[in-house]
Design a protein around this ligand. Structure first.
Ligand code: PGA
Length: 267
């Protein structure tokens, strides 16, 4: 795991977007794993800008989102499909048929989960998986006590997660109770995982996920087993980390980060 502490939320978003952009430039047929939620919105807006201003080309890219609510049609503005269309897909030239989310309206949800896993495998696996983290440490909708070996399946949402997502739906009653989510095991198979967390509300859970013991209680801590995981935080989200000095040294000195130092640390 590597941790990059950025001086502002904006720099964290810029860095994340640039890493995605560089992945797509290096591999025009890249398979991207995408996340919804408030956190990646700034990243998506930057990718839209890079497409518009620099011609960043997504025409060969395939995307798989982490999760989708069960029982919420794609026409509902809070379905993750609608969120993705609004935040990203409508701003770039990805082909609609290459964008994938689980179908939370499927008649046979177990079959749908199996289909989704197969679709990821058929696409060749995920090159870069973008992740957020819930206040309870969930990765995608892998709520506490999810098996760290889990695959795509249905999952009941915790009251905390439903409360966290309630503002988007208006009332708590309208927030779905279940979702289809990639499993922790599915996420761990991605070739590169980038976890983005911003704001002081994430400081405690970032400490637990990054420096705490690996535990199914904090499913994001399973990223400690990931072959290549980059955690990008702004100062408030990284505030509680104990080894900040080391993380800063690595980013300032390791050659692989040289191309990104000005973007993150430049004035
Ligand atoms: P957020 O959600 O980006 O809206 O904080 C993250 C998550 O719950 O995974």
């Amino acid at each position: 795991m590597e941790v990059i502490i950025c001086p502002s939320t904006e720099r964290a978003n810029l860095l994340t977007a640039q890493l995605i952009a560089d992945t797509v430039k290096a591999k025009p047929k890249a398979v991207l794993g995408l996340a919804t939620g408030k956190t990646p919105e700034g990243v998506y807006s930057r990718l839209g800008q890079l497409h518009k201003e620099t011609g960043l080309d997504f025409s060969g890219v395939t995307t798989f989102n982490l999760d989708e609510y069960i029982g919420v049609p794609t026409t509902h503005p809070q379905s993750f499909r609608a969120c993705m269309e609004r935040e990203l897909f409508s701003k770039i030239n990805v082909k609609k048929e290459n964008t994938h989310l689980p179908n939370g309206m499927a008649a046979d949800l177990d079959a749908e989960c199996e289909r989704y896993e197969k679709a990821i495998a058929t696409a060749g696996g995920i090159d870069l998986q973008l992740l957020g983290i819930g206040l309870n440490g969930h990765l995608a909708f892998n709520e506490p006590l999810s098996s760290l070996a889990s695959r795509t399946r249905t999952k009941a949402l915790t009251p905390e997660t439903r409360r966290q997502n309630a503002p988007a739906f208006g009332t708590l009653d309208e927030v779905p109770t279940r979702a289809i989510t990639m499993g922790v095991g599915t996420v761990l198979e991605s070739r590169w995982a980038i976890l983005l967390a911003t704001g002081s509300s994430k400081a405690e859970i970032i400490l637990k996920a990054v420096e705490g013991p690996m535990s199914a209680v904090v499913t994001a801590s399973a990223l400690q087993m990931h072959r290549r995981c980059t955690v990008i935080v702004d100062e408030p989200a990284g505030e509680w980390l104990q080894m900040k000095e080391y993380y800063r040294w690595v980013f300032a000195n390791e050659p692989e980060w040289a191309p990104y130092r000005d973007l993150v640390l430049g004035r």
